[in-house]
Write a protein that binds this ligand. Structure first.
Ligand code: KG4
Ligand code: ZN
Length: 370
């Protein structure tokens, strides 16, 4: 079965072809057209500009995916079209869903709507060496979400906890903005952090001691803001022997980046390990754009080995952590069933606030009991 994946939930236009069989999925082509250059001057994604760029990019991406995947442009071998229907930016989602519906109608193919978060989780199944046993725990960390999701089987999710304010990726983006590092912040902060000392500044580890699996990152971001302000106030002229002149000291960007990154990593790891122990999971997985962070990958793997001797650790290849369409096709492959395949193009609707849970079962909030 060959599945065509389509992803346009935010600012990446993704089209992919994967082939699924008894051994799992194989990527035939995975095209991602990034819009970073368009949005960087604004310091964040501008929804209408994103939609316009998706409209321009989506057909060339499809042509490239067909050419690389099949060496011709034929759609004959495609058995299913899988498209992200939410959560995300509505102008962006509408481009992908309508494009997918038009293809399904014109090519007479079945179509399946996929939740973007589910796609991030299923990026873990794209690794040919992956061995994922249930129950599995997945930490999804992206620009819009930070969630701990327990999986008892394919498509069976229980949301254990999530951020109460900013997502982890959003915190990286906002901290990069206040350090004048540009957009998107995650990759730049992680580069700067390589040269910095993660213990240089004592930043808060929010919600570590709460009796739940929720997160909060907005306070940490504010702590960095005050730290930067204090640094600015304390700047002074000092003599530089190499330049033989007085220079203005600069804010220690690398140390701040490393300290901030470590605070985020500490919270993510401690809560993930706690949930993995409580639910006695057999596999711990990582996914979403922030899972591309090398330090998070390294430290999470180490922590799982040390703290959970019986659990396996699984994470997608770095390029499959950020938004792409192969992960959407992968989710469709593992979810497909006779009922779902009957879903026709008229039933596919974009939903900006789609949740992963379907029939919601969420732990009650301990303080509010709702
Ligand atoms: O999953 P994704 O591509 O899009 C969403 O679904 O949001 O995630 C994008 C987020 C951005 O906030 C970006 O700053 C963050 O992932 N990110 C990283 C890294 N690479 C991307 N955060 C930390 N370290 C990275 N290396
Ligand atoms: Zn994403």
């Amino acid at each position: 079965m060959v599945i065509l994946g389509i992803e346009t939930s935010c600012d990446d236009t993704g089209i992919a072809l994967i082939e699924g069989g008894s051994q799992g999925c194989r990527i035939l082509s995975n095209i991602v057209s990034s819009q970073i250059k368009i949005h960087a001057p604004y310091g964040g994604v501008v929804p209408n500009l994103a939609a316009r760029a998706h409209l321009e990019n989506i057909k060339p991406c499809l042509e490239k995916a067909l050419r690389l995947g099949f060496r011709n442009r034929s759609s004959k071998k495609i058995g299913l079209i899988a498209v992200t229907i939410g959560p995300g930016l509505i102008p962006s989602l509408l481009v992908g869903t309508n494009f997918a519906k038009a293809l399904a109608y014109a090519w007479q193919k079945p179509i399946m709507g996929i939740n973007h978060i589910e796609g991030h989780i299923y990026a873990n199944w794209l690794n040919p060496a992956s061995q994922i046993d249930f129950p599995a725990l997945c930490l999804v960390v992206s620009g819009g979400h930070t969630q701990l999701i327990l999986m008892k089987g394919h498509g069976k999710y229980k949301l254990l906890g999530q951020t109460r304010d900013d997502a982890a990726g959003e915190a990286f983006d906002k901290v990069a903005k206040l350090l004048n590092l540009g957009y998107p912040g995650g990759p730049i902060i992680s580069q700067k952090a390589k040269k910095g000392n993660p213990r240089a500044f004592d930043l808060p580890r929010p919600m570590l001691k709460t009796n739940d699996f929720d997160f909060s990152f907005s306070g940490l971001k504010t702590a960095v803001l005050y730290l930067v302000k204090r640094q600015h106030q304390g700047l002074s002229l000092r003599y530089s022997p190499s330049k033989k002149d007085c220079i203005l000291e600069t804010v220690p960007v690398s140390d701040i980046s490393a300290s901030f990154q470590q605070a985020v990593i500490d919270v993510l790891i401690i809560k993930t390990i706690k949930a993995a122990k409580e639910y006695k999971v057999k596999t711990v997985m990582l996914s979403g754009g922030v899972a591309a962070n090398q330090e998070l990958r390294r430290q999470m793997e180490q922590a799982v080995k040390k703290e959970l001797s019986k659990a396996k650790f699984q994470m997608p290849e770095i390029k499959l952590c950020t938004d792409n369409a192969a992960m959407i096709a992968s989710a469709a492959f593992y979810k497909k069933g006779p009922a779902l395949l009957k879903q026709n193009w008229l039933k596919i609707k974009a939903d900006a606030n789609l949740t992963i849970l379907g029939k919601v079962f969420r732990n009650r909030h301990p303080e509010t009991n709702n």
